[in-house]
Write a protein that binds this ligand. Structure first.
Ligand code: PEP
Ligand code: MN
Length: 264
């Protein structure tokens, strides 16, 4: 179902009127790694909107490497995102980790993110295949493009055709960056599938200093959008502070990305 051969035209996903894919303007999903409470979420939503975002991201259920790290605010975090959506009109993107939370996400979330660590959680993929919300499927930490497309296929086979792919870096021998951004995934995925593909330069590099250049490169490579972590005070972020852009830098980065998008 994801195969370009049987569906030559680009899939365009419409999230409450904001489109992703085809010739649509780049989709920009931005916000903190973790939701950090209502007041902060609303503040961040206003800041990323002013900086050019058209989606708000924030994790309420966090897939942390250590069980002793902050695990997310859970339902409270989802409700904080809803408040931020009410304040700004930005649709919300959040990660779903457990089938048990599907009803909550169906009710409150606009785009359901499946994180890298769950890319091959086939039971979860089958479950989101039955959902009525678009799915943002991140590439696994050590998965091939073929495996990633097969995971999209799991979701689509269940009847949910609204899948957006997200390249977020893969694990290689290189340790200078958190992961290695595989930008060639963008043209490869576009050749093989009709699905929109966005790039997450934050998790790909793990370092705020490299986010701008990789965001620009992603747009130049033909990405349909970006997912970028932004925090007003990165040193104090509850997770992934090292890779968060400050709001001013984010605005500058998006302005440059939109110029590149208009030029190609
Ligand atoms: C995230 O978006 O905060 C996240 C955990 O991403 P990934 O699944 O790509 O590591
Ligand atoms: Mn993160």
């Amino acid at each position: 179902r994801a195969n370009r051969l049987f569906h030559p035209e680009d899939t365009i996903i419409d999230v409450n009127g904001t489109k992703i894919g085809g010739q649509s303007p780049i989709a920009v999903m931005a916000g903190p790694c973790s939701v950090e409470g209502e007041e902060h979420m609303i503040k961040m939503a206003k800041l990323v909107k002013a900086g050019g975002a058209n989606f708000l991201r924030g994790g309420a259920y966090k897939p942390r490497t250590s069980p002793y790290s902050f695990q997310g605010l859970g339902t409270e975090g989802i409700l904080d995102l809803v408040k931020a959506r009410e304040a700004t009109g930005l649709p919300i993107v959040s990660e779903l980790m457990d089938e048990a939370h599907i009803d909550e996400f169906e009710e409150y979330v606009d785009v359901v993110q499946i994180g890298a660590r769950n890319m091959q959680n086939f039971q979860l993929l089958k479950a989101v295949g039955k959902m009525h919300k678009p799915v943002l499927l991140k590439r696994g930490l050590a998965n091939t493009i073929e495996e990633w497309i097969m995971s999209a296929e799991y979701i689509m086979a269940g009847g949910n055709e609204n899948v957006i792919l997200c390249e977020r870096g893969i694990r290689t021998f290189e340790r200078a960056t958190r992961n290695t951004l595989d930008l060639s995934a963008v043209p490869v995925v576009k050749e093989k599938t009709h699905l929109p593909i966005i790039v997450d330069p934050s998790h790909a590099t793990g370092d705020y200093k490299y986010v701008e250049s990789m965001a620009i490169a992603a747009v130049a490579a033909g990405a349909d959008g970006l997912e970028i972590e932004v925090h007003d005070n990165p040193q104090c972020a509850w997770s992934d502070g090292a890779q968060c852009l400050k709001p001013d830098k984010f605005a500058e980065t998006i302005a440059m990305c939109r110029k590149v998008a208009a030029a190609i």
